[in-house]
Design a protein around this ligand. Structure first.
Ligand SMILES: Cc1ncc(COP(=O)(O)O)c(C=O)c1O
Length: 399
């Protein structure tokens, strides 16, 4: 018996790749500061559990494949406040943004079709592309200019008649970049010209740290046939384990296709949809507080990293990640060394090697992605350990 070729193409997540080394370090009693994961540490609002506690159904039933009406309505109202109106049948609830991504790609792509991406990008996208046999046409972006897109002509060079969509996250995991209006306008223009979908993953929408706001592709009214928005409560409300997200689009054919996929898996989880609906009742200042907390951490990270000799980065603008270039030949070797051979008073740090966030082999070898989901005190400590580790590694290991 053999496992399908499709699944054999799936690679280990770069975020989890170093887990065996971390487990070994923990067995030896080393405390690891985890800068490798995107799991927010902010408490999930109590409203979530309280709403679930009030459920009085005798049987926990399947719900409608599209999702429960109260949640669809809350999402509608949330978007109305952003100035974007969606009808109920333009939204489907999914098991996290992840299922939304998977269903969207499944609805659009046949094996061998091509997707336009800007590398580096969220590593998990590769899993979906690999399973579905989607070829990546990657536009390179650089740490030196904050991972912003090149000009329109440069992007267009990567589009062929087989390119069916552009997909990206804004604000971005892993780079922390927030797309500018110019960048979005260029993508909008190219999507119209080349008849492409835009899969706009906006799960970090609230996490922007300047006066700027993340511009939703939903605001591009003349692109309503092209735009697909992926959304989720995971990061917005620090509720990753709820597994509630959604797909939103005004393209009827696409939404019909996606709805049939939703029927295939019957229903999203009933109780979590009830909890999620209650989260949308939180006051607007809820985001202010969590944003302030992340902003503070972002400043610490940026300040400390830029003090380290040879580190290349621009100030991260959004989400809670940063991709930095380190003065080492191979960042994965360095990350493993930190786990295996280095600690300060029994503590070390862990981050995700950059290579896994690129489509092109060999890129990102000297880069790492760090997330700032630790409290300020731990983050400062983690930066101190990294700084000392970097000095020792360059002096004694790489020489
Ligand atoms: C860019 C991006 N999109 C989508 C997701 C999926 O999140 P979830 O499935 O928890 O909604 C993540 C999770 O880290 C992410 O970083």
């Amino acid at each position: 018996m053999e496992i399908s070729k499709r699944i054999q193409r799936l690679k280990t997540s770069p975020v989890r790749k170093l887990n065996p080394y971390a487990e070994e370090a923990e067995r030896k009693g080393i405390k690891i500061h985890h800068l490798n994961i995107g799991q927010p540490d902010i408490e999930t609002p109590k409203k979530f559990i309280e709403a679930i506690g009030k459920y009085d159904g005798k049987t926990l039933k399947y719900e409608h494949s599209r999702g429960i009406k109260p949640l669809l309505k809350k999402i509608q109202e949330y978007y109305d406040k952003l100035g974007i109106h969606y009808e109920e049948d333009e939204i489907v609830i999914t098991n996290g943004g992840s299922e939304g991504l998977s269903f969207s790609l499944l609805a659009i792509f046949d094996e061998g079709d091509e997707i336009l991406v800007a590398e580096p990008y969220y590593a998990n996208y590769n899993s979906f592309y690999d399973v579905l046999g989607i070829k990546r046409n990657a536009v390179r972006t650089y740490a030196e200019n904050g991972f912003h897109l090149p000009n329109r002509d440069e992007i267009e060079k990567h589009i062929t008649p087989k390119t069916k969509a552009y997909m990206f996250s804004n604000p971005s995991n892993p780079t922390g970049v927030v797309s500018t209006k110019r960048e979005l306008d260029d993508i909008a223009y190219l999507s119209k010209k080349h008849d492409m979908f835009i899969i706009s993953d906006e799960v970090y929408r609230e996490f922007v740290y300047s006066d700027r706001k993340a511009i939703s592709f939903g605001t591009y009214k003349d692109l309503s046939e092209n735009v697909i928005i992926i959304d989720s409560i995971s990061k917005r409300f620090s509720a990753c384990g709820a597994r509630i997200g959604c797909i939103i689009s005004k393209n009827k054919d696409f939404m019909n296709a996606v709805f049939r996929e939703c029927q295939m898996r019957l229903s999203a989880p009933t109780l979590e949809m009830i909890g999620a609906a209650a989260l949308y009742d939180l006051p607007a200042n809820y985001f202010e507080e969590s944003r302030k907390e992340y902003d503070n951490r972002r400043k610490i990270l940026f300040e400390e990293l830029t003090k380290m000799e040879g580190v290349i980065m621009k100030e991260p603008e959004g989400a809670f990640y940063v991709l930095v270039k380190l003065p080492v030949k191979n960042a994965e070797d360095f990350a493993i060394w930190l786990l295996k051979d280095f600690n300060i008073d029994g503590e070390t740090v862990m981050f995700a090697p950059g290579e896994g966030f690129y489509a092109t082999a060999g890129l990102g070898v000297d880069e790492v992605r760090m997330s700032y989901v630790l409290d300020s005190k731990d983050l400062k400590r983690a930066m101190h350990i990294l700084k000392e580790g970097l000095i020792k590694y360059r002096k004694e290991v790489e020489k």
